[in-house]
Write a protein of this length. Structure first.
Length: 312
């Protein structure tokens, strides 16, 4: 039988199990996808631990994952696209992407450009649409100076590149080990931590126009100290600071996913957007993958490699 990641109670990574499940045949306007890669995201930890129960309750046994890429194996009635054998990028809201097979509405997959790797394709949905939402929220314009806090993370590294592509000068906060990569993207790296506001002032003495917080840990307060207009500060993680300082907290729900994902895939295929993957794990080591993610040290994404393939 095919396998999927499930958990039957709230808790740490120890509650995760890889169990046998039925591979549901697609219904009308649905497709079944054999998953090649599935990315993991920090928000999934919060859901699994029960910290977001009021907004996103689990229905046990609960699955995990929104991002995946794979090959279509079956199509239901009324499906014109995709066809069996097509390579696709999928975006699920059913917490079911970390599995060997996903059955989903056909509108929730897009073509995977051949030049986009499986792991990059599987990393685009949550991080990419969230990054796109951040760029829109702070209204990045040509000539702006934009700070991206947490620029080496899954969202931050994409937001940094999108801001550069929009014509902004980007100050990217990250640990020293990631500075060379961020510099290669056209950003100006700066170490995070105590004294950050002063370090940013030295780098951009004319001031900061917009601030994207993808890390938390006091970055919203830093943005306020730098005099960034509150309607051009967006945090995706520090909801207490959002309320306290009355800044924005726009995330992936504020953008149209199919349109955003198609554009992101195009940028990757054209070599204009890089999706670094710093660790990969097989499906049966999903616990280790989340433990690594929880350490919050790494450049880009962690991906579950569900099955091997000879194609891109």
């Amino acid at each position: 039988m095919p396998k999927a990641v499930k958990f039957s109670r709230y808790g740490g990574s120890e509650v995760l199990e890889v169990v046998d499940v039925d591979a549901r045949a697609p219904g009308r306007r649905e497709v079944q996808v054999s998953v090649v890669s599935a990315a993991i995201n920090p928000g999934e930890i919060q859901v699994r631990e029960g910290r977001m129960h009021d907004a996103f309750p689990a229905h046990f046994p609960e699955g995990q994952g929104s991002d995946f890429a794979g090959v279509v194996t079956l199509v239901g009635e009324g499906v014109d696209f995709p066809r069996v054998g097509d390579e696709v990028i999928g975006f699920s809201d059913g917490r079911n992407a970390q599995a060997e097979f996903v059955t989903i509405d056909a509108s929730r997959v897009i073509p995977k450009p051949h030049s986009v790797s499986w792991n990059a394709a599987a990393s685009l949905f949550v991080a990419g649409t969230t990054a796109r939402a951040c760029i829109i929220a702070v209204d990045v314009r040509p000539g702006d100076t934009v700070v991206v806090a947490g620029a080496a993370g899954g969202v931050g590294v994409i937001a940094t590149q999108l801001a550069v592509l929009a014509g902004a000068a980007v100050v990217a906060t990250a640990s020293e080990e990631n500075h060379a990569f961020l510099r290669s993207l056209g950003a100006i790296p700066v170490a995070y931590g105590k004294g950050l506001a002063d370090r940013i002032r030295k780098i951009v003495p004319d001031g900061v126009d917009a601030f994207i917080d993808a890390h938390g840990d006091g970055n919203v307060q830093v943005a306020v100290e730098l005099g960034v207009p509150k309607d051009r500060i967006n945090t995706i993680i520090d909801y207490a600071a959002k309320k306290k300082f009355r800044v924005k907290g726009d995330g992936m729900s504020t953008v149209e996913p199919r349109e955003a994902l198609t554009e992101l895939a195009r940028l990757v295929a054209n070599g204009e957007l890089k999706i670094p993957v710093y660790a990969t794990y097989p499906l049966d080591r999903v616990r280790a993958a989340y433990e690594r993610l929880g350490a919050r040290h790494g450049l880009g994404k962690i991906v579950l490699e569900v099955r091997s393939t000879d194609s891109s």
